[in-house]
Design a protein around this ligand. Structure first.
Ligand code: NI
Length: 170
């Protein structure tokens, strides 16, 4: 297992669309275990492969209080979504310290492959639903600030760029 570097917004690699995983093999499981290690170390509730510069359809989530319910979703699909939208304050490991409100369907039904390559389905609501939808957006090259106004997004972009300049060696 190894920690991977998390791409920071507005890195253009965060806009890449991920390709489906063809075979769930040891190579994919090694990526998954690195992603869990990286997510837990960063105290996140979810991470998409896109964020560690792997452009394959893999996400990991753990929305449990005790951080003991790791869930991996390979090639995830949303089968059904609620008409009812719900607003949550979202954050992202690619935009540390930035939070804003996003409205998404409250409940979704999801199908994915697990780490053995077996298909499974589940219903999600609340934080798990938000998290799965947020991470699936990453696989489409989308981050949560894309839902905000251009004005807000540009302000966030400027803030992130300034921060990156300050932490870069001269
Ligand atoms: Ni994110």
């Amino acid at each position: 297992m190894a920690l991977r570097e998390i791409l920071q917004y507005p890195d253009p690699r965060l806009q890449k669309v991920a390709r489906p995983v063809a075979v769930v093999d040891d190579r994919v499981r090694a990526i998954v275990s690195d992603m869990f290690e990286t997510m837990y170390a960063a105290k996140g509730v979810g991470l998409a492969a896109t964020q560690v510069d792997v452009h394959e359809r893999i996400i990991v989530v753990d929305t449990s209080e005790l951080r003991d319910q790791p869930m991996v979703l390979i090639n995830p699909e949303i089968l059904e979504r609620d008409d009812q939208g719900k607003e949550w304050e979202e954050g992202c490991l690619s935009l540390p310290g930035i939070y804003d409100k996003v409205t998404r369907p409250d409940r979704v039904r999801v199908r994915a492959l697990d780490a053995r390559g077996e298909s499974f389905e589940f219903d999600a609501d609340g934080l798990l639903s938000v998290c799965v939808q947020h991470e699936m957006d990453h696989l489409e090259g989308k981050v949560f600030v894309d839902y905000l106004s251009a004005l807000k997004r540009n302000r966030i972009k400027a803030r992130m760029r300034k921060r990156q300049r300050e932490t870069e060696p001269a």
